[in-house]
Design a protein around this ligand. Structure first.
Ligand SMILES: Cc1ncc(COP(=O)(O)O)c(C=O)c1O
Length: 426
């Protein structure tokens, strides 16, 4: 059936066929889950070598006895690796605990409560501090803003990154905008890599924004390529240096999806001035991070080449799952929605026709397939067009991804056909 040209009778018949297919799938009593953007057991196992890698030798090449206190900025080898991942000198990097999200929250909290430009320079001291949130985006970024009572302004993502015309216009017209969330490479969930021009313009935002404005550059997928020829990401740090805006940049990354998601190493990077403020706060909270884990990672990754080899192993497991999603969408849904086809990262972002995402998620749930709640990719869980669904295929087995996608496609078709029939009736 050609959806656009179908008559009411054809659509009614189509609906009835889809309902039968849907009911058959319900009888299978599936329990499948496409919500979790986390590595599979096979993927985390690639890093099992971490266990025992120290072999009783706890002293690093840099001469640090990692078992003891000391070194609040982390093991030098891990600062260097973080610097390579984030494209910034090691001296501007802190190698911390296992979670970059925690570092983002702590950094935001620091700006909110304490500031770093002297008294009365906190975000909470402003009337209505606001963050710009490219959408669709990462729900946990939005939770940080929500937790601190920071208002979120959405800006659409384009294939080159967030819509920079809108961002610049917003910043010029509102001097209480104090932040911008960015996932510059294989963005969550669209998979976009920010173009060179976008990165250049982001670097210059510090010239027009409030002095307390900060870009939160969450490079969570910096090394997470699925193809052998990854597109490059422009060097934000160098561009910010040229623009004299280093203080407007915070960078984050972690090895959560490189080694162990629950026991990796996370990094935060920034200008000397920014880092000094964060170091001061950290020194109150912690004497030092887990340097034994730093050393285990340093041994596993003596250089970036070793890390890239590890990422190629990950890609070997992930690619068939992405292929399963994309093939299923190509074959079934060309008339029913649009979706992204990323060269890396963890997600496929799917847009239904307006007003159908919630319905699709609920239909899928009733057929035993858990999808990320509709709206989760927008601040306050509110997708104004109710279209976006984030598909996360890395965790389940490939055959489970295939089965879940069969259900997903039937649900999208059913919701769309029913919607069309309803609009013909009205
Ligand atoms: C964009 C983004 N940032 C951060 C994280 C979490 O990172 P971490 O495990 O280092 O806290 C994720 C996890 O899905 C993510 O997608």
């Amino acid at each position: 059936v050609q959806l656009q040209a179908a008559s009411k009778e054809q659509l009614t018949q189509y609906e009835s066929d889809l309902k039968s297919a849907y009911q058959r799938l319900q009888e299978d009593q599936l329990t499948l889950d496409l919500t979790r953007g986390k590595p599979s057991a096979d993927q985390v196992s690639i890093a099992n070598k971490l266990d025992g890698i120290l072999n009783g030798n706890y002293v690093s090449d840099s001469g640090v006895d990692t078992r003891n206190y000391g070194g609040p900025n982390g093991l030098p080898e891990m600062r260097a690796l973080g610097g390579e991942i984030l494209d910034i000198p090691a001296s501007n990097v802190i190698a911390a605990g296992n979670s970059s999200l925690m570092l983002m929250y702590l950094t935001a909290l620091m700006h909110y409560m304490y500031g770093l430009e002297g008294e009365n320079a906190t975000w909470q001291g402003m009337k209505k501090p606001k963050f710009i949130c490219p959408v669709p985006g990462y729900d946990r970024h939005f939770s940080i803003c929500e937790n601190l009572g920071i208002e979120m302004i959405t800006v659409p993502m384009t294939e080159n990154g967030p819509d920079m015309d809108t961002i610049e216009a917003l910043i010029k017209s509102d001097d209480e905008i104090i932040g911008l969330w960015c996932v510059p490479k294989y963005s969550n969930p669209t998979g976009v890599i920010y173009s060179e021009e976008t990165v250049e313009r982001i670097a210059k935002l510090g010239q027009i924004a409030h002095p307390l404005f900060r870009v939160f550059w969450d490079n969570a997928y910096a090394a997470h390529d699925l193809n052998d020829q990854p597109a490059p990401l422009a060097n934000l740090w160098q561009l910010a240096q040229s623009a004299g805006t280093e203080n407007s940049i915070w960078m984050f990354a972690s090895s959560s999806k490189i080694t162990f998601a629950g026991a990796g190493v996370a990094w935060v990077a920034g200008s000397d001035k920014n880092l000094k403020a964060l170091q001061k706060l950290l020194s109150i909270a912690i004497i030092g991070f887990d340097k034994v884990n730093h050393l285990r990672h340093a041994r596993l990754f003596p250089d970036m080449a070793a890390l890239r080899t590890q990422m190629r192993e990950h890609a070997r497991y992930i690619r068939p799952k992405f292929d399963a999603v994309l093939t299923s969408l190509d074959v079934n849904l060309s008339e029913f929605g649009s979706w992204t086809n990323a060269d890396g990262g963890y997600f496929v972002s799917f847009d239904t026709a307006p007003g159908l995402a919630k319905k699709v998620v609920s239909l899928a749930a009733d057929a035993g397939v858990k999808l990320t709640p509709a709206g989760a990719t927008f601040p306050y869980g509110n997708d104004p067009e109710d279209r976006n669904i984030r598909i996360a295929p890395t965790f389940p087995k490939t055959e489970d991804v295939e089965k879940a996608m069969e259900v997903f496609c039937i649900c999208v078709k059913l919701a769309t056909v029913q919607h069309r029939l309803a609009s013909l009736a009205s």
